[in-house]
Write a protein of this length. Sequence first.
Length: 126
Amino acid sequence: MYFWYGLFRTIRHQNKGEAPIPGKESKFDAMILRTMITEGKTAQQIIDAFGIKKNNLKAHLLKLMQMDEKFYKIEGMEERAVSGAAKFSKNGLRLSPTLLANYGFKQGDEFKVSCLEEGKIVLEKK
């Protein structure tokens, strides 16, 4: 019931030329999504760039394929998506194997750790 009411309000505001309801804007941008896919970005990278969940990425991908009448494949869509959030605890900082694999790293990879600016840690593959 709430969904239909919200959809009705959005359509009504768009028809009157008013601004859409705050927080209800779509993050879908066909040009950016198409570019990221052709550049070979993984699902995790696209999810992080748009700030969306995997289900939203699937919906955006379907919408893009319908618009372009072309099939697109995004590497990592069949794998589990994970949050990029890590917590500093008494055992240190733990980055899950799934998160690292989603960014193209493999077990056994070695990293150089640096801090170029306050509040940012950079991992560089050796």
